[in-house]
Design a binder for this molecule. Structure first.
Ligand code: F6R
Length: 608
C-alpha cells in the first residue's frame, strides 16, 4: 500500500527521504516521488516503477532543501504513471496521500465549477486543490488544512507541505496508519516505524481524526476542530531490526528459512518448553465462558484462521464462525455478547479486518488480535493481544507470519480446550510436546526438501494452471499453496477440498494441469487417495506431498512425491506449509518474477 515519509530537519533531506521510502518498499508500490522546499521554491521528482528510477532522476537533477515529503504510490485512482505519482502540487501546496478520498468526484466537480483545473486522475489532487482554494480565500495554512479535512470523507493518511512556510509540515489520519517521529532538532512523519527506524525510535501514532503539525523542535496534535489532543510517545522496537536479506536472494527466502527460529520464539510466549504446559499468562479472553468464536481476516491470515477453526472445534468443542473480512463486515451476522472475536492480521492495519473488529466491538464482543505488529491499529483497538512474534515480514507473500499465526492459534485452541474441560492435563502435555518439537522438525524438513523443490519448480513453471487438493486442515493449506503460487509466479492456481473434486473441478483434469495433493497419513488419508485415483484415471499429473507412512501406503504413479517425516496431526499444517512455500518461491525465481514485490500486490492493504 502507499507509503509516506516526511522530514523537517537541518540537513539535506532528498537522500534520506529516498532511503526511508526504500524501507517502505515492502508495502508494494508502482511509482514514487519526493518534493523539497528550498529558498521558497518547491520542486519535485517523480518516477513510474521502482525506486531506482527515482534515484536515477535525482542523481541527474538533485533536490536541495532541509524539508521535504516522499511517497510510494500503489495505484487506486488513475494508472501508475509520473503524472499521477505523488507529491501533487497546487499553487504552493504539496500533498502526499495514502488511502481513498471517497467523495472526490463530488469535490472535483465542485472545484472544477469554481475554476480549478485538474491535471491528474487521482483522488489526492482534490486535497491539494481544496487547501489551495481555502488559502486563496484568506485562511492561514492551519485553518485551510482543517477546512479541507472537514470537506473530505474516506480513509486517508496525508502530509501537506506549504511553499510559504519552510518551518512546518502538517499531517492527518483517518484510516491508514501514520506516525510522528521525534528526533533532535528534526521531526518526521512516516507510514510506520520501520520507515523512520534509521532516524528515530521515539514515535507517537496518530489516531483517526488527528491532525499533526510538526516543526523542527516538536509536534502539536489537534483534532479536526482544532482542539489539542495528546498521544503517548512510544519507543518503537522497529529500530532493533535490520531490514536485510542476510545471505538470501530474497526476503521471502530468508523468511521461509527463519521459520523454525521465529516459531520457537512465538511458541515460547504461549507454552513452557520445559514442562510442556501452557503458560499461565492472562489472555484477556476467558475461552471457558464464551459461547462461540467469530474469526475474520484476509488472504493468508484468513486461511490460518480457517485452520484455527478446525482446532478450536476439535480440541475445545468451540463453534467458530469465520469469513473473509470483506464479506464478514457486510453480512450482518447475528452475534451475541457472550461470543468472542479473533482478528488475525500480520500488519494489524488491514482495512477490512479493522472494520470487522469495530463491528464486533460495537456488538459488545470481547476482541482478540492475533497480530505481528503489536503497535498496530488492530492491536491497539483489541481487548487482548496475541502476538505472533515473527519479526518484520518484508516479502509481500506471507510465509513466516502464516506459520506463526498457526502456532499461536494451535496454542490458543489447547488453552480453550483446557478451559472448557474438553482436554485434560495429559492431553495438554501431549499436544504442547508436539508443538515444542515442531521447530526442530521444520529445520530438518527445510534441509531435506530444498534440492527437490528447486528441480520440481522448473517443471511446474511450464504449466499455466495448477490445482491443489487437501482434506481437513490440509484443505485451507491447499488454498494457501494456490495463493502463494499465483501471487508470486502468476501461474493460475486453485485450492479445493479434495472431496469437492468430483463436484466440478474434475472436468479440468488433463495432462496440462498438475494436481498438487497435500496428504499426510491422517484420518482422511484413504479418502484423499481415492480422489488421487480419480485424477490419475483421467491422465492428470500428481505432485504428492505426503509423509513416510503416506508414501508407503500409496502406489499411484506421480509426477513427483515429496516425502516429509511422519508428524503429529496438530503440527502437520505448519510442517506441510514448508514445501508449498518453497515450491512457489522456486517457481517464481525460475520464472524471473519480482518475488518480494509481485506485481499489483501490496503488503499492507489499508484501503477497502
Ligand atoms: C498473501 C498475503 C495476503 C495477506 C493479506 C492480509 O501472501 O500476504 O493475502 O495475508 O493481505 O494481510 P494482513 O495479515 O496484514 O492483515
Amino acid at each position: 500500500m502507499c507509503g509516506i515519509v516526511a522530514i523537517i530537519g537541518n540537513q539535506p533531506v532528498a537522500g534520506r527521504l529516498v532511503d526511508a521510502l526504500k524501507r517502505l518498499e515492502y508495502r508494494g508500490y508502482d511509482s514514487a516521488g519526493i518534493a523539497t522546499l528550498y529558498e521558497s521554491v518547491m520542486e519535485r521528482r517523480r518516477a513510474k516503477g521502482k525506486l531506482f528510477n527515482l534515484e536515477k532522476l535525482l542523481s541527474d537533477e538533485p533536490l536541495a532543501g532541509t524539508i521535504g515529503i516522499g511517497h510510494t504510490r500503489w495505484a487506486t485512482h488513475g494508472i501508475p504513471n509520473e503524472t499521477n505519482a505523488h507529491p501533487h502540487f497546487i499553487e504552493g501546496v504539496a500533498v502526499v496521500h495514502n488511502g481513498i478520498i471517497e467523495n472526490f468526484s463530488e469535490l472535483r466537480d465542485e472545484l472544477t465549477a469554481g475554476g480549478a483545473v485538474f491535471t491528474t486522475q487521482t483522488d489526492t489532487e482534490v486535497v491539494a486543490q481544496l487547501v489551495a482554494r481555502y488559502k486563496r480565500q484568506g485562511l492561514d495554512n492551519r485553518a485551510a488544512m482543517l477546512a479541507m479535512l472537514n470537506d473530505v470523507t474516506g480513509a486517508y493518511a496525508l502530509v501537506v507541505m506549504f511553499a510559504d512556510d519552510p518551518d512546518t509540515l502538517m499531517a492527518a489520519r483517518f484510516g491508514p496508519p501514520l506516525a510522528v517521529g521525534f528526533g533532535r532538532g528534526e521531526m518526521f512523519f512516516g507510514s510506520d516505524a520501520i520507515a523512520l527506524a534509521p532516524f528515530t525510535n521515539e514515535i507517537a501514532y496518530l489516531v483517526d481524526g488527528d491532525c499533526a503539525i510538526i516543526h523542527r523542535g516538536g509536534a502539536e496534535i489537534i483534532d479536526f476542530a482544532g482542539n489539542p489532543v495528546e498521544r503517548p510517545h512510544q519507543i518503537s522496537q522497529a529500530t532493533a531490526f535490520v531490514v536485510d536479506k542476510g545471505n538470501h536472494r530474497h526476503f521471502m527466502e530468508k523468511e521461509i528459512y527463519e521459520q523454525p527460529e521465529v516459531i520457537s520464539h512465538a511458541l515460547s510466549h504461549y507454552v513452557d518448553f520445559q514442562t510442556h504446559t501452557l503458560r499461565a499468562n492472562d489472555t484477556g479472553i476467558d475461552f471457558g465462558k464464551v459461547s462461540g468464536l467469530a474469526i475474520s481476516a484476509c488472504g493468508t491470515a484468513y486461511l490460518s484462521g480457517l485452520i484455527g477453526k478446525y482446532w478450536f472445534e476439535r480440541y475445545a468443542r468451540l463453534p467458530v464462525e469465520i469469513d473473509v473480512a470483506s464479506e464478514f463486515r457486510y453480512r450482518e451476522i447475528p452475534l451475541s455478547k457472550d461470543q468472542a472475536a479473533l482478528f488475525i492480521s500480520q500488519s494489524g492495519e488491514t482495512a477490512d479486518t479493522l472494520a470487522c473488529l469495530r463491528y464486533c466491538r460495537d456488538e459488545g464482543l470481547k476482541i482478540g488480535a492475533v497480530v505481528n505488529v503489536s503497535e498496530s491499529t488492530i492491536a491497539r483497538e483489541s481487548d487482548a493481544i496475541f502476538p505472533i512474534l515473527a519479526g518484520p515480514e518484508i516479502g509481500v507473500a506471507s510465509t513466516k507470519a502464516f506459520t506463526c499465526q498457526l502456532a499461536v492459534l494451535a496454542s490458543l485452541s489447547i488453552r480453550a480446550g483446557r478451559a472448557r474441560g474438553t482436554l485434560d492435563g495429559a492431553d495438554e502435555k501431549q499436544l504442547v510436546r508436539h508443538l515444542t518439537g515442531m521447530p526442530r522438525i521444520m529445520s530438518q524438513v527445510l534441509n531435506l526438501i530444498q534440492p527437490q523443490m528447486e528441480s520440481l519448480a522448473r517443471d511446474l513453471s511450464k504449466f499455466k494452471d495448477v490445482l491443489y487438493l487437501g482434506r481437513g486442515t490440509s484443505y485451507p493449506l491447499a488454498m494457501e499453496g494456490a495463493l502463494k503460487l499465483k501471487e508470486i509466479s502468476y501461474i493460475h492456481a486453485e485450492g479445493y477440498a479434495a472431496g469437492e473434486l468430483k463436484h466440478g473441478p474434475i472436468a479440468l483434469i488433463d495432462e496440462n494441469m498438475p494436481v498438487i495433493v497435500i496428504a499426510p497419513h491422517d484420518r482422511f488419508f484413504e479418502k484423499t487417495v481415492s480422489n488421487m485415483q480419480e485424477v490419475a484415471a483421467r491422465g492428470g499429473r500428481i505432485i504428492f506431498i505426503t509423509d513416510e507412512k503416506g508414501a508407503a501406503a500409496s502406489k499411484l504413479p506421480t509426477m513427483a512425491t515429496i516425502v516429509l517425516p511422519d508428524v503429529p496431526e496438530i503440527i502437520a499444517p505448519m510442517v506441510f506449509a514448508l514445501p508449498i512455500q518453497l515450491l512457489a518461491y522456486h517457481t517464481a525465481v525460475f520464472m524471473g518474477t519480482d518475488v518480494d514485490q509481485p506485481r499489483n500486490l501490496a503488503k499492507s492493504v489499508t484501503v477497502e
